[in-house]
Ligand binder design. Structure first.
Ligand code: ADP
Ligand code: MG
Length: 611
């Protein structure tokens, strides 16, 4: 091996650039953060060709002292910390002093800056790491950066750049994060000469959110706020009806710095458990504030991740804040007749010609989805022949009852049942229960309701350590893959708390001796494979409580009555007796709504019985 040498500064800068400046959006992020640190009140960002041609950022901040301008582009030179202790009390966005040096190493870089006191400004040009000498320059107080030809001297990196539109998307994302963290900062963004954002300063986060996402989204957002000890959390979280398929709608800030944190993301997911469909992610804009010494921000080159001194405390704070807020809100799904349709002149009277839609009860926008087009989460109008693609009848359009008639129009109904407790209901289409409630009617998905009932019941039994067990006279051997067998055997203690007695029996076989009685006559190979899948689900936290929860959900789903099953009067009565659950459990454990509610007032209004 050759002898060891000290790398020269240029190479060191290039290495740092590799970490800190991954793509044009990284440049924008670093420069915006510098403007925030310089207490600018306005920043303008101009981008050409996704930043690969040009990035220009102008701020009206404090500016750089003429004698410091060369230092500004030198690695590990910063005005923000002085001593090692300062590292643990960082109040600024920057502190590592490597961003400008890194950018200047991989671009043609021009900085022009003027402090308020100076009569003139200073300009410095750095050509792919070669710094010229500072020159006097005209210009208003503040700092401007002009970056062209990014990565031209690192062809590999340049080749990795995506299409300009994609790179601009990343830039817009970084811009958004800074904009949300600093609503008082006037910010503009343009791409190829076209204005994309002009965000006037505001004191209210919600104004910014509205500019980015529109009022339809922001109207439904829920404010949360709480503090314990030195830590405060505040911001907005989405209504459970507002979800995404990924975590991209989740913004988390620590003392104004955008961060990602697995534990806190998990707390968010946990807070929505049972309220959103499995696989869907809530949206959130959350701000954590705490003394800087409680978090180490120097664990990641771009500071995207931090290490908390007491991560558990923040987890609990976030979870309990959101959960407590939800408890005080009516989050049930309401079945409503779209008022915008009813109000149309010329709309023929009669409920069958109106759109049924589900939306949150208060302040919601109408028709977040409708029955005809979303059969997977809501019942399809049973007699609509065209299935999922059937167009929704428009107001005024003539539609015969044969295609969109009321639910019970020409379908042979099941027999109505009145329970001992006086609850009246009827099963329709072997799938839904129509229940009279004190305030109106509820339509209940029989499977979802039963699943919820079983889940609550079973969970209680597990917590009490009192699960009904069914022992097998002859233990059943189940052949699995070696990995599955290992998973099951490793989890046998956990499975025991659910009522399973399972033992290893060779490398890829297990022996089932007992199972929870709730699962009548299970298909063991299938059951065990599903158990393994749940136990090994990617992203599954190795947290016992989580796994237990997933297993409970899976088993309740398996044991619950399925759609298409005609209920006997006794089964009906028993399920109806449980229907009080729909008051406090609006969703099945998977997050599907168990009930759609149509209030008496709404009925009366629709049929013209009110004023
Ligand atoms: P850091 O932000 O970690 O200190 P940078 O390389 O980003 O490192 O910036 C180096 C120094 O240049 C900063 O400490 C700051 O003093 C100065 N600087 C950079 N950008 C600006 C700006 N927009 N306005 C005023 N000073 C700036
Ligand atoms: Mg910086």
């Amino acid at each position: 091996m050759p002898r060891i040498q000290q790398l020269d500064d240029r190479i060191v800068n290039k290495i740092a650039a590799g970490e800190v400046i991954e793509r044009p959006a990284s440049v924008v992020k670093e420069l915006l953060e510098n403007s925030v640190d310089a207490l600018a009140t306005r920043v303008d960002v101009e981008i050409e060709e996704g930043g690969s041609q040009r990035i220009r950022i102008v701020d009206n901040g404090e500016g750089i002292h003429p004698d410091d301008i060369l230092l500004a582009v030198t690695a590990h030179a910063t005005s923000k910390i002085r001593t090692a202790e300062d590292l643990f009390g960082v109040h600024t966005m920057g502190f590592r002093g490597e961003a400008l040096a890194s950018i200047a190493e991989v671009s043609r870089f021009i900085v022009r800056s003027r402090t308020a006191e100076a009569i003139a400004g200073t300009e410095l040009i750095v050509n792919y790491g070669d710094a010229g000498s500072p020159q006097p320059a005209a210009g208003p107080p503040g700092t401007s950066f002009d970056i062209t030809g990014l990565f031209a001297n690192t062809p590999v990196r340049r080749k990795f750049l995506k299409r300009p539109a994609t790179e601009f998307g990343h830039i817009a994302e970084q811009f958004t994060r800074v904009a949300l963290a600093h609503p008082r900062l006037h910010m503009t963004l343009s791409h190829n000469g076209r204005d994309v954002f002009d965000l006037p300063p505001t004191d209210r986060l919600i104004d910014r959110l509205e500019l980015f996402h529109g009022s339809e989204l922001t109207e439904k957002l829920i404010w949360v706020e709480n503090e314990t000890g030195d830590c405060r959390v505040w911001g907005y979280v989405g209504h459970p009806s507002q979800t995404k398929s990924n975590r991209k709608g989740q913004y988390l800030f620590l003392n104004g710095r955008p961060i990602t944190d697995r534990s806190l993301s998990h707390a968010l997911t946990e807070a929505y458990r049972g309220l959103v469909m499995v696989g869907r992610q809530p949206i959130a804009y959350l701000f954590l504030e705490m003394p800087p010494e409680l978090a180490d921000v120097n664990v990641h080159p771009t500071k995207a991740e931090v290490r908390f001194q007491d991560s558990q405390q923040h987890y609990r704070l976030l979870l309990s804040t959101i959960r407590t807020t939800f408890l005080g809100l009516p989050l049930e799904t309401a079945l409503r007749v779209d008022p915008t349709v009813a109000a149309q002149p010329g709309a023929a009277p009669g409920p069958h010609q109106q759109r049924l839609s589900i939306s949150p009860p208060q302040g919601g926008t109408p028709s977040s989805f409708n029955w005809a087009t979303r059969p997977s989460t809501a019942p399809t109008t049973p007699s609509a022949p065209g299935g999922p693609g059937t167009p929704v009848p428009q107001p005024g359009e003539h539609v015969s009852t044969a295609t969109t008639g009321p639910v019970v129009a020409h379908h042979e109904p099941g027999r109505p049942v009145t329970t001992g407790g006086g609850i009246r209901g009827i099963q329709v289409h072997d799938c839904y229960l129509l229940i009279e409630t004190p305030d109106g009617v509820a339509v209940v998905d029989q499977h979802a309701l039963h699943e919820r009932v079983l889940y609550e019941h079973f969970k209680q039994r597990v917590l009490d350590g009192d699960v009904e067990q069914q022992k097998l006279l002859v233990p059943e051997t189940v052949e699995l893959s070696a990995r599955e067998a290992a998973t099951v055997t490793e989890s046998c203690e956990l499975l025991a708390s659910l009522g399973f007695v399972i033992e290893a029996f060779g490398t890829n076989t297990v022996l089932v001796q007992a199972y929870p009685a709730m699962l009548r006559r299970p298909d063991f190979p299938e059951l065990l494979r599903d158990l393994c899948e749940t136990l090994e689900r990617p992203g599954q936290q190795p947290d016992r409580r989580d796994i237990l929860e997933s297993l409970l959900q899976m088993m309740s789903c398996k044991a619950a009555v399925k759609a298409g099953h005609r209920l006997s009067s006794e089964e009906m009565a028993s399920l109806l007796e449980q229907s009080h659950l729909i008051d406090d459990a609006h969703h099945c454990p998977h997050g599907r709504p168990t009930a759609l509610v149509l209030s008496r007032t709404e009925l009366d209004r629709q049929f013209g019985r009110l004023g």
